[in-house]
Design a protein around this ligand. Structure first.
Ligand SMILES: *[C@@H]1O[C@H](CO)[C@@H](O)[C@H](O)[C@H]1NC(C)=O
Ligand SMILES: *[C@@H]1O[C@H](CO)[C@@H](O)[C@H](O)[C@H]1NC(C)=O
Ligand SMILES: *[C@@H]1O[C@H](CO)[C@@H](O)[C@H](O)[C@H]1NC(C)=O
Ligand SMILES: *[C@@H]1O[C@H](CO)[C@@H](O)[C@H](O)[C@H]1NC(C)=O
Length: 466
């Protein structure tokens, strides 16, 4: 009979396993679709994530096959991100079916990099879960559109609909399960009548507009959590009189409460809580963010007292769009410890100012004469206006199945789409020829066959079944 491992050894082994699990406790999303659209080979980012080409991936199905476009022109500067090297172009409505293994909140990021004139001229709509996320969208510069949305089906259908006589395109797609603690249900509505509790936030769709690491360096997908980017608040300070505020950085440990699952590094990374801007008693520090008017916003303010030596030093007011949102905020009572992160979700309607103003106002009641209030991080998200769209309801049919059942009229339209597709192809071929000619004139070496140039504007015309 084989001897059983003795209990001490077993315990040691168990501890070992636990420790290594804790060390490697990086968030592992259940759903993790990373697609490099139009790419011929997988793309690996500096943060270590691997994006697979959008064709031939088992958990993704692209309906209505569309051409891909590659920007690897020999003389052009390298694209800002390896994800920007290729795109998928749609001349007709097309969809990605993304398998959802765990229902609930997901983070959806759409990467757009218009590397060819045909792409910056594209005008299109993007929808998911029956909701228009982007309406009449054009991308004139590289942009990542991020949405946080509840997903209540086993497949997320991401649909691209070109506006009439235009095309749609996409460079990369991320669909990631969000950790449960990321989206809360309750917030503080700040309106003309005062501040009041509001619930139902967890059923809304959010579009991220700003992520700010107050008084700190940029945090990238490489050194943050959930592969987000946080930027410095400097450009958004209003009337910055440096004598009334101070900048802090902290190298100690940020402690996350063990008792509650509501706060973790996934809500905001240590790098965001390590830096702060403080306000002196009797003064204000104000930030202003340009936002589209006529929308409702979620403002998440992150606090972590890495500034005080003892508890109960701070006492400050919080203003949202010049309205008092919290009076005499006492962070120590909220957390019970120093260097403990905490956030508050405010909800505010921005009418026609097109500017969202946030302020911390130091109270003369605070114990310290130097530091009365602090802010560590900020997130500003636009909420959907209706259950049909971020910008309201639009007559953009997002349902793919419509096409199949519409019969002959749709067949005619599909033919037209085919023509547009052919047109785009011709334009690209001309572009390649022109480029070739230019290079020849410059006496640059030219690869023959399927060398670099042939791949410059590679278009893969796939069989279209319209
Ligand atoms: C999109 O915008 C263009 C130009 O602003 C306009 O001509 C077109 O009608 C718009 N399309 C929709 C569906 O709103
Ligand atoms: C995070 O990494 C970026 C480069 O990717 C760097 O510029 C930045 O300073 C880093 N931030 C922190 C807080 O370490
Ligand atoms: C701070 O800002 C608020 C809102 O704009 C204002 O009501 C208050 O008077 C300001 N306080 C100081 C000390 O400037
Ligand atoms: C936003 O969309 C969700 C999901 O479709 C819906 O439940 C919610 O009512 C919408 N919000 C508004 C303000 O219509």
């Amino acid at each position: 009979m084989a001897s059983l491992p003795n209990p001490a050894r077993l315990a040691a082994l168990l501890l070992c396993v636990l420790f290594s699990a804790a060390a490697a406790a990086r968030y592992a999303p259940t759903d993790n679709h990373l697609l490099a659209c139009g790419a011929a080979a997988p793309v690996v980012l500096p943060d270590g994530r691997r994006f697979v080409p959008d064709s031939g991936c088992a958990s993704t199905r692209l309906r209505s096959p569309a051409p891909s476009l590659s920007s690897a022109a020999p003389n052009s500067p390298p694209p800002p991100s390896p994800l920007h090297a290729a795109a998928r172009v749609f001349s007709c409505r097309a969809s990605y079916d993304l398998t959802v293994r765990r229902r609930g909140h997901h983070i959806l990021r759409l990467h757009f990099y218009p590397f060819a004139p045909a792409l910056s001229a594209s005008r299109f709509h993007v929808g998911a879960e029956g909701l228009v996320l982007l309406h009449n969208f054009t991308a004139s510069s590289p942009v990542v559109k991020e949405f946080i949305l509840p997903v209540d089906s086993d497949v997320l259908v991401l649909t691209f609909v070109p506006d009439s006589d235009s095309t749609a395109f996409i460079n990369a797609i991320e669909l990631i399960s969000a950790p449960e603690e990321l989206v809360g249900d309750i917030g503080t509505l700040v309106a003309s009548g005062g501040a009041a509790q509001i619930d139902g936030l967890s059923s809304q769709v959010f579009e991220t507009l700003y992520r700010i690491n107050v008084a700190g360096p940029k945090v990238t997908p490489f050194n943050g959590t959930l592969w987000r980017t946080w930027v410095n608040d400097g450009p958004f300070l209003i009337g910055s009189d440096s004598s009334k505020s101070m900048v802090w950085s902290f190298s100690g440990r940020i402690a996350y409460p063990r008792s509650t699952r509501l706060m973790s590094r996934e809500v905001a990374p240590d790098n965001v809580y390590r830096s702060a801007r403080s306000v002196k008693p009797g003064h204000n520090v104000t930030w202003g963010f340009p936002v589209p008017a006529g929308s409702r916003y979620l403002v998440r303010m992150h606090f972590c007292d890495t500034v005080s030596k003892v508890l109960y030093e701070l006492d400050f007011d919080i203003f949202v769009n010049d309205r008092l949102a919290v009076k005499d905020f006492d962070l120590s009572s909220a957390t019970g410890f120093l260097a403990y992160p905490y956030y508050i979700d405010f909800v505010v309607d921005v009418e026609d100012e097109g500017m969202l103003k946030l302020a911390i106002a130091g109270s003369k009641k605070s114990r310290s004469d130097e530091v009365s209030g602090i802010l560590n991080g900020l997130e500003i998200m636009r909420m959907n206006k209706t259950s049909g769209g971020m910008d309201g309801d639009f007559p953009v049919a997002l349902d793919m199945e419509d096409i199949v059942t519409k019969g002959i009229g749709e067949f005619a339209r599909s033919l037209l789409c085919g023509f547009i597709f052919a047109g785009l192809f011709v334009v690209l071929v001309l572009l390649v020829l022109k480029l070739k000619a230019e290079l020849r004139n410059k006496g640059l070496p030219l690869d023959s066959g399927d060398g670099k140039l042939a791949r410059a504007y590679q278009l893969v015309p796939s069989k279209t079944d319209y």
